[in-house]
Design a protein around this ligand. Structure first.
Ligand code: XIL
Length: 359
């Protein structure tokens, strides 16, 4: 893209006298610079990620995407990948049987295409956020099999060539490494996983297909269960291409075994991605906790990028204003790189330094 605004902006900085550059560097050392459109695009999160050939993504909510320019300004300046926070979940796409609502999902895909952002698809087979017609439909195994196949064919097919990775399977393990009960698991057995991956691959052979989960970042019973399943699926020739490590952490809680654990999956030939990073703090957050959170963002980012086949890191939201954390984890918040007024937090610097190999 030789004529993209990003390239043009970079030239703005070139004629600056050395004194001015020095002043900028000094200012950057004290606070995170609030980037203006004139700022050097190479020093944004997406600038660093582009330079390394990886993705830096954000989960995007439809309401601010369509109504808040501060939100899209940061999204488009800092991120080269997006995930729909809710818009591609089954309850959003097919609220009543056979009647589809593609509006928000289509809007995000169009936005991404207009801003040179990749799209992660999230998610196809999950126990949660299912429409009530499906949850309460009392379907037989054979009916459910047909319903799941149709959902995958329709959804993956609609965005064929536009989604670089799909979370085909989401949250399918218990903490002890056994299979978690769900509509799919209970009625279809573990075989639904291989089937879902095969159907998704047929619908879009170019998309990387993932199993995604939380509390699998450490080497533990849950990640062992997933590791064994992944090995088995690969040995059966099932099109599994990657593992998504959600990475919903508590401040100070990035597991010490995270990098080694990601590496054992990458040693199977799989991509690894951090797919839903946020680091929550008990409110009100102290400056010491915000500093620790910054370190944690850097460590989590380096844990992925330090492993072969790390495809990138996605944060689960941009700003604390719209984070799911306060509504889900009582008393916690402040989990993201931007505060409610879109000021970059110390965690932004941590994430940026994690992406920048020279920081
Ligand atoms: C969350 C969204 O952020 C919320 O807005 C929604 O109410 C519930 O789901 N793991 C996942 C994500 O895979 O889809 C979840 O997203 C967070 C946990």
């Amino acid at each position: 893209m030789p004529h993209s605004p990003r390239r043009r902006r970079r030239r703005v900085l070139r004629p600056l006298p050395l004194v001015a550059v020095g002043a900028l560097v000094a200012a950057a050392a004290v606070t995170v610079p609030q980037l203006t459109p004139e700022a050097d695009a190479a020093t944004t999160l997406r600038g660093y990620a582009d330079a390394r050939g990886v993705k830096i993504g954000a989960a995007v909510a439809d309401t601010p995407l369509t109504s808040e320019s501060a939100y899209t300004t940061v999204l488009d300046r800092e991120f080269n990948s997006v995930t729909a926070e809710n818009a591609m979940k089954w309850d959003a796409l097919e609220p009543s049987r056979g009647s589809y609502n593609w509006g928000a999902a289509d809007r995000l895909v169009a936005h991404a295409s207009a801003h040179q952002q990749g799209v992660r698809g999230h998610t196809l087979a999950w126990y949660s956020q299912l429409p009530s017609w499906l949850k309460n439909g009392n379907f037989s195994a054979s009916e459910l099999n047909t319903i799941l196949k149709k959902h995958i064919d329709t959804t993956v097919g609609r965005y064929k060539g536009k989604i670089y990775a799909w979370d085909v399977i989401n949250e399918t393990f218990n903490e002890d490494g056994s299979m978690r009960g769900s509509l799919w698991q209970n009625k279809l057995g573990t075989g639904y996983i291989a089937n879902a991956l095969r159907w998704a691959h047929a619908a879009d052979p170019s998309a990387k297909l993932y199993i995604n989960d939380y509390n699998i970042e450490a080497d533990n019973a849950k990640s062992d269960g997933l590791y064994n399943l992944a090995k088995q699926l690969l040995s059966q020739g099932v099109p599994l291409h990657g593992i998504g490590f959600q990475s919903h952490f508590v401040v100070g809680g990035v597991p010490s075994s995270m990098k080694a654990n990601l590496k054992r999956f990458s040693d199977l030939g799989l991509e690894v991605s951090v797919t839903e990073l946020d680091i929550r703090i008990p409110l009100p957050a102290s400056s010491a906790e915000l500093a620790q959170q910054s370190t944690d963002y850097k460590t989590a980012t380096e844990n992925c990028l330090g492993v072969p086949r790390c495809a990138g890191i996605t944060v689960w939201g941009i700003t604390d204003k719209y984070s799911w954390v306060p509504g889900t984890f009582n008393g916690y918040g402040a989990a993201l790189p931007y505060n409610e007024s879109y000021a970059a937090k110390p965690s932004y610097t941590g994430l940026s330094n994690g992406l920048n190999p020279t920081a």
